[in-house]
Design a protein around this ligand. Structure first.
Ligand SMILES: Nc1ncnc2c1ncn2[C@@H]1O[C@H](COP(=O)(O)OP(=O)(O)OP(=O)(O)O)[C@@H](O)[C@H]1O
Length: 218
C-alpha cells in the first residue's frame, strides 16, 4: 500500500534529512514512527501524504508513484488520507462543526448524514459541546482534538498523525490512542509519529525508527 524504495530527501539548501530509506506498509497495518527531535519523522509523513517529494528514490502509494504524479492529481490522492499535522491547518473563521464538515463536503456527503457523522466525530474527541465555537477560542489541546475529528470523519483508508497526543493530558491522550486503534481494527492503515517511544511499548505495531535520517524497522 505504501512503499519507499531508497528514498533520499533534502530540502532546498539543507543537508540530507532522510538517507536511503526503504520500507513497506501493508493495508490495515498500525505503524509508529519514532526518533529524536529533528530525526525526520514529519518529513517521512509528508512524503507519504504527497506533501513533499523525494529528492531521489521512489514513493509508491497504492500503485501511484508520488514523484511522477501531476500536481493536479494530488487532491485525488489526498482523499485517501486523514491527516493530523502539528500546525492543524484549521479554518479559523469557521465553526468547529464547519471545520469537521469540510472533508465530507469534498466527498459529496452533505445534509443529515453529514451532520450525524460530524457530531459523532466531535463526540469521540470530547468536543460535542463546542460545535458552534470558532477554533481560535479553543485551547491548544482542543484544537488538536478538532484536527483529529476532521481527520477521521470521512473514514479515510490511511490515517497519518504527527505527534497527535503531544499536546494532550494523559486521559485525552489515552482516548485518542484508543480511537486510532479502533480505526485500525475496522481496516484503516494508521501511521503515527511520536517521540515518546515509552508510551507505545505495550501496543503491538510495526515501528519505523529514525536516527538522523537513517531508518531501522522492528
Ligand atoms: N521545509 C524545510 N526546509 C528546510 N529544512 C527543513 C524543512 N522541514 C524540516 N526541515 C529540517 O529537517 C529536519 C527534520 O525535520 P522533521 O520535522 O522531519 O523532524 P521530526 O523528527 O519530525 O522532528 P520533531 O520531533 O522535532 O517534530 C530538521 O533538521 C528540520 O530543521
Amino acid at each position: 500500500m505504501i512503499r519507499f524504495d531508497q528514498v533520499n530527501k533534502r530540502y532546498r539548501g539543507s543537508d540530507e534529512i532522510l538517507r536511503n530509506v526503504s520500507f513497506e506498509i501493508e493495508a490495515g497495518e498500525l505503524v509508529f514512527i519514532t526518533g529524536h527531535s529533528g530525526a525526520g519523522k514529519s518529513t517521512l509523513l509528508k512524503l507519504m501524504a504527497g506533501i513533499e517529494r523525494p529528492s531521489s528514490g521512489t514513493v509508491l502509494i497504492g500503485n501511484q508513484n508520488i514523484s511522477k504524479l501531476r500536481p493536479r492529481m494530488l487532491p485525488y490522492l489526498r482523499r485517501k488520507f486523514g491527516l493530523v499535522f502539528q500546525d492543524h491547518k484549521l479554518l479559523y473563521d469557521r465553526s468547529c462543526f464547519e471545520n469537521v464538515a469540510l472533508p465530507l463536503y469534498i466527498n459529496g456527503i452533505t445534509g443529515q448524514e453529514a451532520a450525524r457523522r460530524i457530531r459523532a466525530a466531535l463526540d469521540k474527541v470530547g468536543l460535542l459541546g463546542k460545535e458552534k465555537a470558532i477554533p481560535i477560542t479553543l485551547s491548544g489541546g482542543e484544537q488538536q482534538r478538532l484536527a483529529i475529528a476532521r481527520a477521521v470523519v470521512s473514514r479515510p483508508a490511511i490515517l497519518i498523525a504527527d505527534e497527535p497526543t503531544g499536546n494532550l493530558d494523559e486521559a485525552y491522550a489515552s482516548d485518542i490512542m484508543t480511537l486510532f486503534l479502533a480505526f485500525q481494527q475496522v481496516g484503516a492503515t494508521v501511521i503515527i509519529a511520536t517521540h515518546d517511544a515509552h508510551s507505545i511499548q505495550s501496543i503491538p505495531a510495526k515501528v519505523l525508527h529514525l536516527d538522523h535520517g537513517k531508518l531501522s524497522v522492528s
